[in-house]
Design a protein around this ligand. Structure first.
Ligand code: NAP
Length: 253
């Protein structure tokens, strides 16, 4: 079996440990956590270490800590020709110590400990300094997912940017919708079938084809009526920018 050490005990580490536990090809031989109190119960069967200088040897070291700490951790653990990867969408491979064999293992999904995920359907985007290590990384990724892709650091950054638009920003718009509902004594439940249909529709149509609404139709009366009732200046700016962007088809305003 391929021996893997996971550094970190946050959302991604938690789901990786769970996914590898079900695989026949990968054995998580150790998890590093600087704070044992944050370690999930699922990690009980794995050896936990709080000492970066005393990690067991393994075929692969996966750093799944906050982006700001990846380089610092890599500089400590990148010894003995270890193969080290990180799980970040935003970081290039260069942030890992150049002396080590390095790469990226980026699972493109939103992870929270409290929410179970099916790793089989999660795209894992790989990058590696050398071909031999890439082959090993492919075996590790294929052990938990059917969707494995090879992309470079520039593409990964662009994918991460795109993911921020379709996930984080869309979720923030749900938040604004919820605020407006609360202000008007409406239940956010009313919007859930619409949210589900919008997400399902874009599985079959392109985002451009799926676009509807006052901005797309050029319905200026409705747009003005909405602007008249928005009380929050920030929401007004967001409404205007998105309306213009839809009308310009996502091009420069
Ligand atoms: N969450 C996602 O949806 C997602 C998706 C794809 C990729 N990623 C990437 O995966 C990585 C981990 O993200 P996450 O969401 O799992 O983060 P997270 O839940 O915030 O967990 C971060 C982990 O890093 C540890 N950590 C932070 N700084 C450290 C340091 N200086 N020394 C030792 N440990 C340190 C934290 O320890 P403590 O618990 O002690 O603070 C915690 O275990 C990031 O690179 C992120 O960009 C995240």
């Amino acid at each position: 079996m391929i021996k893997v050490v996971i550094i970190g005990s946050g959302n991604v580490a938690h789901h990786l440990v769970n996914a590898f536990a079900k695989s026949e090809a990968v054995d998580v031989v150790q998890v590093f956590s600087r704070n044992r109190e944050t370690v999930s119960a699922e990690f009980n069967s794995v050896k936990i270490s709080s000492d970066l200088d005393n990690l067991v040897e393994a075929d692969l070291f996966i750093i799944a800590v906050s982006d700001d700490s990846v380089a610092e951790i890599a500089s400590v653990i990148s010894i003995n020709d270890r193969f080290v990867v990180h799980t970040s969408g935003a970081l290039t491979m260069d942030c890992l110590n150049t002396a080590s064999r390095r790469g990226a293992f980026y699972p493109l999904q939103t992870f929270s400990k409290q929410r179970a995920v099916d790793f089989n359907n999660i795209p894992i985007c790989l990058e590696c300094e050398n071909e031999t290590d890439l082959e090993l990384l492919k075996v590790v990724a294929n052990a938990i997912s059917d969707k494995v892709f090879i992309i470079n650091s520039k593409q990964r950054k662009a994918l991460h940017l795109s993911a921020v638009f379709v996930n984080n920003f869309v979720n923030h718009l749900y938040h604004i919708g919820n605020e407006i509902c609360i202000e008007n004594q409406l239940s956010f439940e009313l919007l859930k079938p619409l949210i589900a249909e919008t997400a399902n529709k874009v599985m079959l149509l392109s985002p451009e084809e799926a676009q509807t609404g006052p901005a797309k139709r050029g319905d200026y009366q409705s747009i003005q009526a909405h602007l008249d009732i928005i009380t929050d200046e920030n929401q007004k700016k967001i409404y205007q920018i998105l309306t213009q962007s839809i009308q310009n088809n996502g091009k420069e305003l």
